[in-house]
Design a protein around this ligand. Structure first.
Ligand code: UDP
Length: 238
């Protein structure tokens, strides 16, 4: 991978990265450190779209596994992503980064609805746009929401910040000899069912030709390093 120059990126953070060591919910100190990463990236002149999951609060599948109606549980999951978006907005604005939250589930009192052209204008004005509530429909995930927003906002790449430093051929937490890919194709990810993002998100990125960069967001300074083509990550592309 050569040093790519990005103009606009979408950064996807799973909800879990906001809970820090506490195992559930939102840890303000962790949100603040994530906001600092975003600010540092933004100061390089990048336009940044942000999508945050909701797994630190509620996942529809977990509710369904305990007998809830899946769609009802998924709506709860979407609301969880709005809470995370508001927490991140707060943390970013406290350090002087201007933001707007746009939710795929309309919530006039707390944020804007998703309006692509308005989001475009926010980015031009130097604001970070945080897209909440995924695609706005049950049976989807925020990974699909991230892929969708990356495509419609014409992002140059989707950066997926996780707690591992890339994509492995098997789970590095349970298999000590798991190998990390530097580069892997969308088709291999899909065929081998590699744990990157769900299949619909991968397919959408493939069809829109959006590279996915998987990296460890928990390591301080890593987003800026990976953006500069340094640091450890996996590039998912064609
Ligand atoms: N969700 C949904 N539709 C969407 C996005 C999210 O129904 O378009 C729900 C779904 O229940 C999901 C939850 O919101 O489990 C939280 O999102 P996700 O699991 O993607 O969060 P992450 O794993 O990234 O923290």
């Amino acid at each position: 991978m050569t040093n790519p120059t990005y103009r606009r990126i979408l950064l996807k953070l799973s909800g879990e990265v906001l809970m820090g060591e506490q195992g559930f919910g939102i840890d303000p100190a962790t949100v603040a450190s994530m906001a600092a990463e975003v600010k540092a990236a933004k100061e390089t002149g990048l336009e940044i779209c942000l999508v945050i999951g909701g797994g630190n609060i509620f996942r529809g599948m977990a509710g369904a596994a305990k007998g809830m109606d899946r769609a009802q549980a998924d709506y709860m999951g979407m609301l969880a992503t709005v809470m995370n978006a508001l927490a991140m907005q707060n943390a970013l604005e406290q350090i002087g980064v201007h933001t707007r939250v746009q939710s795929a589930v309309q919530m006039d009192q707390v944020c804007e609805p998703v309006i692509r052209r308005r989001a475009e204008r926010h980015l031009e004005k130097g604001r970070v746009v945080i897209f909440a509530a995924g695609v706005g429909s049950p049976y989807f995930t925020t990974d699909s929401g991230a892929a969708l927003r990356a495509a419609e906002m014409k992002c140059d790449a989707l950066f997926k910040g996780t707690s591992v430093d890339g994509v492995y051929d098997s789970d590095p937490k349970t298999n000590a000899s798991a190998k990390r890919y530097d580069v892997v194709s969308y088709d291999t990810v899909l065929a081998d069912n590699l744990k990157v993002m769900d299949a619909s998100a991968i397919a959408l990125c493939r069809d829109s030709n959006i590279p996915i960069i998987v990296f460890n967001i928990r390591e301080p300074g890593n987003l800026a390093r990976v953006l500069a083509g340094e640091g450890t990550s996996t590039l998912v592309g064609n």
